[in-house]
Design a protein around this ligand. Structure first.
Ligand code: SF4
Length: 307
């Protein structure tokens, strides 16, 4: 199989674009998509700090690597990493070690925070406590994990004074999230991230246009140590059901993930303007209602953990 742009051997066939790409053209293609997304989503000024949410998994490792490469030429922008240890027995510690190792190799400052220190309990404890609450017992662990991690990243990003937080959501993650919110009819969540607020540290998702399998291939070709171990809670999530369905659909109809993302972005250009944010009555973090999701959740599980 030959590259569509030169005669070299292709390493990937992009069914959604009809192209076959050799290693050089594939790496260029991924980097072009990342740079285009960065230009579209954020304008960094001299002296700014850009934080990368680094879990130590393949996506965030690739993201940190690429951003370090991009900003190597701009010494006035400082790239740092923020790692959150949710407290998942037998799983997270290995990724935290990996995150530290990569940050050291790339000479990036890493700031480590944990659910246990910040919220008084690990994710494992929250999951156990939630089983004792009638309203929470049917919720998947990823729901608690996602809400608390977002809140924590926003808070520490603000405290560290970073200009933006880059998260490693790839094309698959984004298409899944959009579908999940459509299926739930959750308009608030659908538009929340398109709304700007002084209290929200701007988020940027540079991998948004890169399919998951291409992120993994990019990492392997660059020699990054990539782990494919799955979080023990992943298969309990609604996202996992959507993921399986979407992968099957993408196989049969290449380009589905891009269509979902592009359609949503067109919708946001108009609909998102009418969405307003308030401040949480308890912690002051931005939210759509009177209390933010994190405070609602913590007020239910904390008494059960300490009981
Ligand atoms: Fe958290 Fe779910 Fe990701 Fe595990 S799979 S780290 S529980 S969001």
């Amino acid at each position: 199989m030959e590259c569509s742009k030169c005669r070299r051997k292709a390493v990937v066939q992009q069914r959604y674009s009809g192209l076959r790409l050799c290693e050089t053209h594939f790496l260029e293609d991924v980097e072009r998509k990342i740079k285009r997304r960065l230009r579209k989503e954020i304008k960094l000024r001299s002296g700014d700090v850009l934080a990368v949410a680094l879990s130590g998994g393949k996506d965030s490792s690739v993201l940190l690597y690429v951003l370090c490469e991009i900003f190597r030429q701009r010494r006035d922008i400082n790239v740092v990493a923020i790692t959150v240890d949710e407290g998942i027995e037998g799983y997270r510690a290995k990724y935290v070690r990996r995150a530290r190792k990569l940050a050291d190799e790339l000479s990036v400052d890493l700031f480590l925070f944990s659910f246990e220190d910040e919220f008084g309990m690990t994710l494992d404890e929250i999951v156990q406590a939630a089983k004792l609450d009638a309203d929470l017992r049917d919720k998947a662990p990823c729901t608690f994990c996602g809400v608390l991690r977002k809140t924590l990243l926003n808070r520490v990003g603000r405290e560290l004074g970073v200009a933006a937080i880059a998260t490693a959501h790839n094309l698959d993650d984004e298409a899944q999230t959009i579908l999940m919110n459509y299926i739930r009819g959750d308009i608030t969540r659908l538009f929340r991230h398109s709304v700007r607020s002084e209290k929200f540290v701007p988020r940027v998702k540079p991998l948004r246009d890169v399919p998951e399998e291409e992120v993994a291939l990019y990492g392997m070709l660059k020699g990054l140590e990539i782990e494919f171990e799955e979080c023990p809670y992943k298969r309990l999530s609604f996202r996992f059901e959507i993921l399986s369905w979407l992968n099957d659909f993408e196989r049969r109809h290449p380009g589905t993930r891009y269509s979902i993302l592009r359609g949503f972005e067109r919708l946001v250009q108009d609909g998102g303007r009418h969405f307003e944010l308030k401040s949480c009555e308890r912690c002051g973090e931005p939210c759509a209602g009177d209390l933010c999701q994190a405070c609602k959740l913590l007020s239910k599980v904390l008494p059960k953990v300490s009981a």
